[in-house]
Design a protein around this ligand. Structure first.
Ligand code: SF4
Length: 307
């Protein structure tokens, strides 16, 4: 099987600007963006952040500015306009090549997709989380899986690249929930996905339910299900651009430091168990092959070619 990655040289430098919970129509049961990224930046702070990043690192890679950590397309009109203006001015000054954002699927419509395209956006990341309506309700997301399908279609029609973000291992997630997500990934064919194994963030509703033993969380299952989603995407030729949250602001997590490599190794072992013996793998994933080999579940006759 040939695995699909994005070579480091092909990745843009993404300058993240966090808009921490701005635009969010409700607070999802698992989410605390402040714990992940701090208070966020105001529109007038955006140019300074970009200049700082550019002084620090850019090289020859294309530079993109991304608005993360909230629901960009649901910002109040005036605030949205201020962030858009900051972004388009940075493009005009040649400091960034394109814009991207993450947002909720139920805040995308054809008009918004058109506005994003005409403002210099090339990529939209949707917080899909899961394609199981049962689990979306548990997460208190306030939207359905069909909202995600609709948003993907509209963004693609507008010519935008679509990245879907999924969460694996949410408390009491069932194998059926994950199977539903895996089928939907193959059907929707996003351009790429990100996978975030669930993290119990203190102060969130789900963390309180876990503390009261009203829900159950198993980090091992979260890793295995991340591997399920990763494999479903790979089998459809869809690259995974990230597995796990950046660790900088997180005090502790129940996962190993090399979470992404462990998830990919689990996927490799799983394929080998199904009888796959020939693997073409991006060179950047060499560590995952080493982890798979050490697992005691890797067939000696398996052949690996690094691309
Ligand atoms: S998951 Fe997204 S929509 Fe939900 S509260 Fe967090 S940032 Fe807002």
């Amino acid at each position: 099987m040939t695995f699909h990655g994005i070579a480091p040289g092909e990745r843009p430098l993404i300058i993240p600007v966090f808009i921490t919970h701005r635009g969010c129509t409700n607070r999802c049961a698992f989410c605390d963006q402040e714990a992940i990224a701090g208070a966020g930046a105001l529109p007038e702070e955006v140019p300074g952040i970009v200049e700082k990043y550019r002084n620090w690192s850019a090289g020859d890679r294309p530079v993109e500015l991304s608005f993360y950590g909230g629901s960009f397309t649901a910002l109040p009109v005036r605030e949205l306009g201020e962030y858009l203006q900051a972004g388009t001015e940075l493009i005009a000054r040649g400091l960034v090549g394109a814009l991207r954002c993450s947002t909720r699927p139920d805040t995308i419509n054809a008009g918004m997709a058109k506005l994003l395209t005409s403002s210099g956006f090339t990529v939209v990341e949707l917080g899909a989380q899961t394609m199981s309506d049962r689990l979306l309700t548990e997460m208190e997301r306030g939207h359905t899986a069909d909202d995600t399908r609709r948003a993907v279609r509209m963004l693609k029609e507008a010519g935008l690249t679509v990245v879907l973000q999924f969460m694996s291992g949410y408390p009491d997630e069932t194998p059926q929930d994950v199977a539903t997500t895996c089928r939907a990934v193959a059907e929707m064919r996003p351009d790429a996905i990100r996978i975030y194994p669930f993290l119990p963030l203190a102060g969130t509703k789900i963390a309180e339910r876990l503390q009261c033993k009203e829900a159950r969380f198993d980090p091992v299952a979260a890793i295995e299900r991340a591997a399920d989603i990763f494999l479903a995407a790979q089998e459809s030729g869809i690259p995974t651009i990230r597995i796990g949250l950046p660790k900088e602001n997180l005090v502790e997590t129940p996962y190993p430091d090399n979470l992404a490599q462990v998830v990919v190794a689990e996927a490799l072992v799983r394929l080998a168990k199904k009888g796959e013996r020939e693997f073409e793998i991006p060179a950047a994933w060499e560590t995952s092959v080493a982890i798979a080999k050490k697992s005691g579940r890797w067939p000696q006759e398996a052949k690996v070619v690094f691309s």
